[in-house]
Design a protein around this ligand. Structure first.
Ligand SMILES: [Zn+2]
Length: 336
């Protein structure tokens, strides 16, 4: 039985609509989503959807009606807004899309699509984040194959035993083509974090990643990997792990290593992850970390606020925020 039916008496459609109405127009003037005109006003309600406010554009040549959800991520959904509010809340508790689908009572494919959209809407908050202060960096290679990427769609007949690739991976650096793309973490000692999923961890990639994530001229504290040492434009200090040196005064990367200890259990929930969708899933993690002082309910409010902006919603549907966050090469290669 769907979770929403249990919560129904506590959590009714009218309250949810009123709540979404408040967030839709909070700090945003009433605007027509089609012609962007501010010249509009209330125009009744809908009988089938109690609480949904209808408005009409008064601009000559437009004169069309719209409501609170027109152009947003929730627009055109056959499920009620209660389902969406609950799904966003569960997403902030870092549940997998299958778990969310089961709890909310929607098909797995719907759950997957909603999570994908909502995660991308959350990424809009990380768009302009550049770290200041002393920044620690570290890289991780994560096993990610072609999960759910069966040609032609549908379920893929496995026809074999599970490969157990975690146990078999070769030592040394990973690469996208070897099904082990890199994840680079940048952690400021002031608290903010940036995580990027990349193809590899070469000098060129790391330089590009650093330019996006860190303000020029800041102090960087890393391990002795050659890709960090070749970086230009930063004051760089490193510790040599091969000589068992883990900290020298205030030169260390404990925070970055510690962040991976949080990232790994977060990724484990997905039970294996595709390299195509890795940037979206990894990219959502810094959103949760950077706002960890908020409760899951407050984080869900933030994500819904972004999802209710038509400009963000259209970009989130296409996964645009991933590319502008510097998760370069992963998606482009997947398409080719
Ligand atoms: Zn209009």
């Amino acid at each position: 039985m769907a979770m929403v039916s249990h919560l129904h008496p506590l959590f009714n459609p009218e309250t949810c609509q009123a709540y979404l109405h408040r967030w839709r127009w909070k700090d945003r003037p009433l605007q027509c989503p089609r012609c962007q005109s501010h010249h509009g006003g209330p125009w009744g309600t809908y009988h089938a959807q109690p609480g949904l406010q209808r408005s009409r554009c008064k601009e000559q040549g437009c004169k069309r009606t719209f409501h609170d959800l027109t152009g947003t991520l929730l627009d055109g959904s056959k499920r009620s807004v209660m389902h969406w509010v609950l799904a966003t809340f569960l997403l902030c508790l870092s549940c997998s899309s299958r778990r969310i689908a089961r709890e909310v009572g929607v098909p797995i494919r719907t759950g997957y699509r909603w999570c994908w959209w909502l995660r991308h809407a959350a990424l809009s908050y990380e768009r302009h984040r550049q770290l200041a202060g002393t920044v620690e960096a570290d890289a991780l290679y994560h096993t990610a194959g072609s999960k759910g990427q069966a040609p032609g769609g549908g379920t893929k007949a496995l026809g074999r035993r599970a490969r157990g690739r975690r146990k078999k991976r070769e030592p040394g650096r990973g690469h996208y083509d070897k099904d082990r793309p890199a994840i680079i973490a940048w952690v400021s000692r002031q608290g903010a974090v940036v995580i990027q999923a990349t193809r590899d961890c070469t000098v060129k990639t790391v330089q590009k990643a650093a330019d996006l994530a860190v303000h020029a001229g800041r102090r960087l504290s890393t391990d002795s990997a050659s890709s960090y040492r070749a970086r230009k434009g930063y004051v760089h200090a490193f510790v040599n792990h091969t000589q068992k040196e883990y900290a020298r005064g205030d030169v260390h990367e404990h925070r970055a290593e510690c962040l991976f200890a949080w990232l790994k259990p977060y990724l484990r929930v997905f039970r294996g992850i595709s390299k195509t969708t890795l940037p979206g899933s990894v990219g959502f993690f810094p959103c949760l970390r950077n706002f960890h002082q908020l409760t899951a309910c407050e984080q869900a409010e933030m994500i819904l606020y972004a999802a209710l902006d038509p400009a963000i919603a259209s970009r989130a549907r296409q996964g645009n925020f991933v590319t502008c966050l510097g998760h370069f090469n992963l998606r482009q290669t997947a398409r080719n």
